[in-house]
Design a protein around this ligand. Structure first.
Ligand code: NAD
Length: 259
């Protein structure tokens, strides 16, 4: 595992799932971590877990779609540690699942605001903090960003995830001059709490299409992946071990996307 000693990271969605597992791993490898999530007792639990393992963490409650709150979170990191080496733009929701004809524009907007605008805002505010010394930005997209998924009604989610991939590539090009690397990870099904932020509608019945394989099946493990498996990929991308990797889309899905 890479040594991340004395580096500083800001991680969104750190209260649960992939964000929490990554925060815990990065802190174990010596990183100081700013845990950002909606105000929630789970955020404190992540902090406790890190503290009891001897790591350093602060929490900041944030809605990633709110420009003012995102700006404040980055100010907080600068004030606390005076540096920023890594940003994990990971917070996301499945949101409302509905057939396109029944999707309410405000539900579409919410999913795009959290997943895509939230990513943009985090990268925007990372730049002034990283411009001088370079750094690594990792964005959590999904295999949904490049293919249709077996959960119907995810047109907004998939659009947001595809948008993140395009955005990451533009950002990688634009920020290379500052030695800020930007990569995007595309997990397949991972066992997390994302179901809590998933709102299926009864209208989904209208678009039941036969699927090629049961949901969650992955050739490598025949089960959803674990958040800790994703965390190891992020730790590599955060470290200097990946110093020549930028603008890349990395699938971590046990070959689910190949089915
Ligand atoms: P999760 O629900 O366990 O964790 C997501 C965290 O994001 C939660 O703690 C939640 O409170 C936080 N969050 C939601 N909206 C927010 C907002 N507006 N501002 C700040 N924080 C917010 O889910 P997860 O699976 O760990 O999701 C992490 C990322 O992984 C998401 O971007 C998701 O789209 C992506 N992803 C997940 C899977 C999967 O199968 N679980 C697959 C592919 C991609």
């Amino acid at each position: 595992l890479p040594d991340l000693k004395d580096k500083v990271a800001l991680i969104t969605g750190a209260g649960s799932g992939i964000g929490r597992a990554t925060a815990v791993l990065l802190a174990r490898q010596g990183m100081k971590v700013c845990l950002a999530d909606l105000k929630d007792e789970r955020l404190e639990e992540t902090k406790q877990e890190i503290a009891s393992a001897g790591g350093q963490a602060i929490t900041v409650d944030i809605d990633v779609s709110d420009p003012g709150r995102v700006a404040q979170a980055f100010e907080q990191v600068a004030k606390t540690w005076g540096q920023l080496d890594m940003v994990f733009a990971n917070a996301g929701i499945n949101g409302v699942l509905a057939p396109i004809e029944d999707m309410e524009p405000e539900d579409w907007d919410r999913t795009l605001s959290v997943n895509l605008k939230g990513t943009f805002l985090c990268v925007k505010h990372a730049i002034p903090n990283m411009r001088e010394n370079g750094g690594s930005i990792v964005i959590t997209s999904s295999i949904n960003g490049s293919r249709a998924f077996s959960n119907f009604g995810m047109s907004a989610y998939s659009s947001s995830k595809a948008g993140q991939v395009a955005f990451a590539k533009m950002a990688a090009l634009e920020l290379a001059q500052y030695r800020i690397r930007v990569n995007v990870i595309c997990p397949g099904s991972i066992k997390t709490n994302i179901g809590e932020n998933t709102q299926p509608t009864p209208e989904l019945e209208k678009i039941k299409i036969p699927v090629k394989y049961p949901e969650g099946s992955q050739p490598l493990e025949h089960a959803p992946g674990q958040p800790e498996q994703v965390a190891h990929l992020v730790a590599f991308l955060a470290s200097d071990a990946s110093s020549h990797i930028t603008g890349t889309e990395l699938f971590i899905d046990g070959a689910e996307s190949l089915l």
